[in-house]
Ligand binder design. Structure first.
Ligand SMILES: NC(=O)c1ccc[n+]([C@@H]2O[C@H](COP(=O)([O-])OP(=O)(O)OC[C@H]3O[C@@H](n4cnc5c(N)ncnc54)[C@H](OP(=O)(O)O)[C@@H]3O)[C@@H](O)[C@H]2O)c1
Length: 271
């Protein structure tokens, strides 16, 4: 059984630890490190895992090291590993946004497996999407383990190139906020019709949940599902026409391409 270290006891690592333990991974084989005590102690109390303030202790304990600190700390943390412990047989999995495999390899200063993942916020509820790309050192066992790890917080997509991480950011990484924005606008209009704050929210959230469930549980295309609720000359068709006339589809394309360009720019600046 592999041992796993989580560097950082924040939201994302906390979500993965929770998913992993719930999926049957032995807590005694997990150690989390975090500078301040309350977050690592809370994870220990909730899941029975081991904890330490010392990143080196956690990394020395483990075969697989999950880097879950903010992107600007990743290089420093990895540099320390490269200098302080034998990392030749260790596998590094980063969840940090905008931090490239090359940067991590350079900081580790040793040829080892580096896997870059791009989870999204709903991973915290176990319904996330994670894009994954690895350097050429990865073996089948590490691939299977990484799949299991990230599947504990949602679905996964292995990618053919690191560039596709930027595409994942534009679709599922930033995606939850696109839906929030749409729901926010609908909620605002519901309030304008006179519904209370609570009713407006419930009307919108249940509609979004119902629509998402219909997509998930149906074999029909999303387009067909939409057409099915648009009877000719009806109210929904009238609303959809208003969206089309306002250029909604082009706007979505533009927004996603803008997110993509920004992701590329951030990766470039970080070189
Ligand atoms: N949250 C998401 O939905 C999401 C989605 C995609 C990717 N990510 C990525 O996940 C990573 C973590 O994000 P997060 O939202 O989980 O952030 P977070 O909640 O702020 O967690 C980061 C944790 O790292 C700890 N930390 C800081 N410096 C450290 C060090 N030198 N060694 C060990 N631990 C250290 C912090 O401890 P203190 O608070 O005690 O300083 C904090 O507990 C980021 O790189 C982010 O890009 C997050």
């Amino acid at each position: 059984m592999k041992k796993i270290a989580f560097i950082g006891a924040g939201n994302m690592n906390g979500a993965i630890i929770s998913g992993l333990v719930q999926s049957g991974f032995e807590p005694e084989n997990i150690m989390v490190s975090n500078p301040s005590a309350p977050k690592r102690e809370a994870l220990q109390a909730a899941h029975g895992i081991q904890q330490t303030p010392d990143n080196m202790e956690a990394a020395a304990f483990a075969d697989v090291i999950v880097l879950g600190v903010k992107p600007h700390f990743i290089a420093d943390v990895c540099r320390q590993f490269g200098k302080s412990i034998d990392i030749s047989a260790k596998c590094f999995i980063s969840v940090a946004a905008g931090c490239t495999i090359k940067q991590i390899e350079q900081a580790l200063n040793h040829p080892c497996t580096v896997i870059r993942t791009m989870p999204n916020t709903p991973s915290q509820l176990g319904v996330g999407v994670t894009g994954i790309y690895a350097n050429s050192h990865i073996n089948d066992e590490e691939k299977a383990f990484t799949s299991k790890l990230m599947e504990s917080v949602g679905i996964i997509k292995w990618l053919d190139s690191e560039e596709q991480i930027d595409h994942i950011i534009a679709v599922s990484g930033s995606g939850p906020a696109y839906f929030f924005l749409f729901m926010e606008a609908m909620e605002k209009q519901a309030k304008a019709y006179g519904f209370s704050e609570q009713d407006s929210r419930e009307l919108v959230q249940q509609t979004a949940l119902g629509a998402a469930k219909m997509v998930v549980e149906n074999k029909l295309s999303i387009r067909k599902l939409r057409e099915n609720v648009c009877s000719k000359g009806g109210t929904t068709q009238a609303a959809i026409s208003a969206f089309s006339e306002g250029g909604l589809e082009q706007l979505v394309t533009k927004a996603m391409n803008t997110a993509l360009a920004r992701a590329k720019e951030m990766a470039q600046n970080a070189q």
